[in-house]
Design a protein around this ligand. Structure first.
Ligand code: C2E
Ligand code: CA
Ligand code: CA
Ligand code: CA
Length: 278
């Protein structure tokens, strides 16, 4: 068989070229939206499964379009990561989360944490922990109320870098959550070395709870969390039955459309005003 490199410039693939063009266009548009302050952060509540009290929020980026529609982060985050723009975007989201914590505090919600998603290009910057420290200090935020979410794939990408950076971040007092847990394969070895506070049971397992395989995986992840003395939160709870099943496994926390969709800041404040306070 021929080596890959022999093929590299041989075939002209118009689809590939179009994909590249689209990515470049989207990068420009995203950069402009960011500069115009057109992006926003929505917040999805996370609840205590024992009493359904809101205990935290996940900050999720949104890109509103001129026609009123919304481009989802599943589409533009990969583009932002590829272009490196995620470094600025991610810092902006962290800043927004700190501002939101202050707003919550003024409204009497003093103990909520906000989870912020962090991408690999951010971890690769040596100054990332210092950047986080600077934002915490500037806003006078209690570090415990900020949680950084990192995906399993990021860890497996560059485990040594990530372990080092996470250790530095932990010394600041922030919480660390492992996102989409169970969707990658090889991280069990690293799990012991990572300074984690929480693992998030991926939505795909919650959605498969009615199949034996799904239930077994979800239960195994929750048990693993318990054994490692980590908090576990189930993602993507949409039905009472899923809630019931996760609670029966002793999963302590949940997030999903059953409780609330991601909400714009003002709607979130209204939602919280109607909730029992922890
Ligand atoms: P994620 O971190 O796994 O975030 C959870 C996603 O699940 C969110 O999608 C949320 O809206 C969705 N979700 C929550 N509950 C339910 C449910 O009950 N059912 C269903 N079907 N979906 C539910 P979203 O907001 O579209 O975000 C997609 C992904 O984009 C996120 O997945 C995350 O990987 C990425 N992302 C979003 N904001 C940021 C950000 O600020 N920085 C980075 N690096 N990535 C982000
Ligand atoms: Ca997440
Ligand atoms: Ca997730
Ligand atoms: Ca995901």
């Amino acid at each position: 068989a021929k080596k890959q490199s022999d093929h590299r410039f041989v075939y002209y693939d118009p689809n590939m070229e179009r994909a590249t063009e689209q990515r470049i266009e989207m990068t420009h548009a995203l950069r402009k939206a960011y500069a115009d302050e057109a992006l926003c952060v929505w917040y999805q509540p996370q609840i205590d499964l024992a009493n359904r009290e809101v205990i935290g929020l996940e900050a999720l980026l949104r890109w509103p379009q001129a026609d009123g529609s919304m481009i989802g982060p599943d589409v533009f985050i990969p583009v932002a990561e590829y272009s490196g723009l995620i470094i600025e975007l991610g810092e902006w989201v962290l800043n927004q989360a700190c501002l939101m914590l202050k707003r919550l505090e003024h409204a009497g919600h003093r103990n909520l944490r906000i989870a912020v998603n962090v991408s690999m290009p951010q971890f690769r910057q040596t100054e990332f922990p210092a950047q986080v420290a600077r934002h915490l200090k500037y806003h006078g935020v209690n570090p415990q109320q900020i949680e950084l979410e990192i995906t399993e794939s990021v860890i497996m990408d560059e485990p040594d870098t990530v372990v080092n950076v996470l250790r530095k971040l932990k010394t600041l007092g922030v919480q660390i959550a492992l996102d989409d847990f169970g969707t990658g394969f090889s991280s069990l070895n690293y799990l012991r070395q990572l300074p984690l506070d929480r693992i998030k049971v991926d939505r795909s397992f919650v959605q498969a709870l009615d199949r034996p395989s799904g239930a077994i995986i979800a239960e195994t992840i929750v048990r693993l969390g318990q054994r490692l003395k980590l908090h576990t939160i189930a993602e993507g709870i949409e039905t009472e039955r899923q809630e019931l099943l996760m609670r029966a496994m002793n999963c302590a926390e949940a997030q999903g459309f059953l409780y609330a969709k991601p909400l714009p800041a003002d709607e979130l404040m209204a939602f919280l005003a109607k909730c029992p306070k922890p």
